[in-house]
Ligand binder design. Sequence first.
Ligand SMILES: Cc1ncc(COP(=O)(O)O)c(C=O)c1O
Length: 393
Amino acid sequence: MKIQLMNVQRQHERYASEYEEAALKVLRSGGYIGGEEVRKIEEEFAEYEGAKYGISCGNGTDALVLALRALGIGLGDEVITVSWTFFATAESIAAVGATPVFIDVCSDTYCMDPNLIEAAITEKTKAVLPVHFYGNSCEMDDIKKICKKHNLYLITDCAQSAGTRYKGERRNTLGDVSCFSFFPTKNFGCDGDGGMVLTDNEDIAKACRSLKVHGSGKDGLWTLKREYKLKNQEFPDDIPMGESKYYNYLIGYNSRLDAIQAAILRKKLVHLEEFIDGRRVNAKLYDEAFKSSEYITPMVQEDSYHSYYIYALKHNSASEIVDKLKNEGIQCGIYYPVPLHLQGAFAHLGYKKGDLPITEELSKTTFAIPVFPEIYEEERNYVIEKVLKALED
Ligand SMILES: Cc1ncc(COP(=O)(O)O)c(C=O)c1O
C-alpha cells in the first residue's frame, strides 16, 4: 500500500465534471483576467468567512504582502509573529521592508502564545500577525485585546485555516485583515496558485484592490488621496487623474487570481464544508485510536472548530517514526523542520538556538499523517495500524 500525505488528484476526481465544466466555460469565453467569476468568488468566499470585502490575488504570500502594504507597514516597522509557521508568514513582513519579531507558541495549541506578545512590543511595533496553525484557531479574544490596548493592527495568516471556527462562528476575520492561500493542497485549494485578502475595512479593501494591479485605478487614486490626508498634506492638483489601469498612484504588484481558478474555486466552495467534515471525521478516528498511546494528539480549545489542514502527532522519536512509516508506504510530513528564527534568510536578525524553546521542540517532535478527506477507510485503518506499530520496535 502507498498512501500520500495529501492527494489533490482524488479531490479533483470527486467532483471532476463540475470543475472541468467551469474551467472549460472560462476557456471558451476568452475572459481570462478578472470578470464575473473573480468578482463572484470574492463575494462568496467573503460571505462564507463572514467578511465584508474579499480581494483575490495570486497566492497567499501576496495576500500577506498586500495586507501589510495596505496598512502602511514598511521600512523601520516591526511586526510580531510566530516562528512556527511556513516561511511566507515572515517573508512577507521582510518583503515590505519591515522586521519580523518572533515569539513562541503555546505548547498545546501550537498557535501564538498571547502571553508573550506584550514583552515583544517596542515603539516600532505596528502589527501582530498570528497564524491559525494547521487549521487550529489562535486565542483571538486575547490577541485582539492586546492589539486594541496597544493600538496595533491585527493581521491573521489564515493560509491553513479556511473553514476553521472560533467560539462557534466561522470567523477567520476577527482581526483587521485576514490572508488566505488557495494552494492546491489546502482545505480550500484551487488548481494552481491563488489567494485572498478579507477585511471589513473599506480603506484596506480599496488599497489592496489597487496594489494588486500596479497601484492603478480609482481605488489607487482614493488610497493616495487618503495617504495625503493622513499626513495632513495638500493633494497636488497637477497629478494626472484617470480611472483606467494606465493611471498609477501607488507602487504595487501584479497579483491576480485567474478567472479559471476563480471558476473552479466557486464550485469547490459549495463542497468546502463537506471536505472539512471529512477531515474532522478522520481526525476524530485518529484521536480515538491514538489516545491511549505514547503519541500526543492535536489539542483543540473548547469552542474551537479545527479544520485539520494538517493532523500532526507529537512524539520524541518523530523522525525515526516518519522513516518507519515511509518504509510501510505511508508518506508523512514535518511541518516545519527549521523554525523561521533559525532560517538562514533571517540569520541577520541574530536569533540563536534556544531562543524559542517550544517552537524548536515542536520542529523535532511533530509529524503529519494523511488526513485528507478522500482517504479510503482501508488506508486510514492501515495508517492507524502502522502508526501504532511504529512504537513497538
Ligand atoms: C501559514 C502559511 N502562510 C502563508 C502561506 C503562503 O501561501 P502561498 O503558498 O499561497 O503563497 C502558506 C502556504 O503554504 C502557509 O501555510
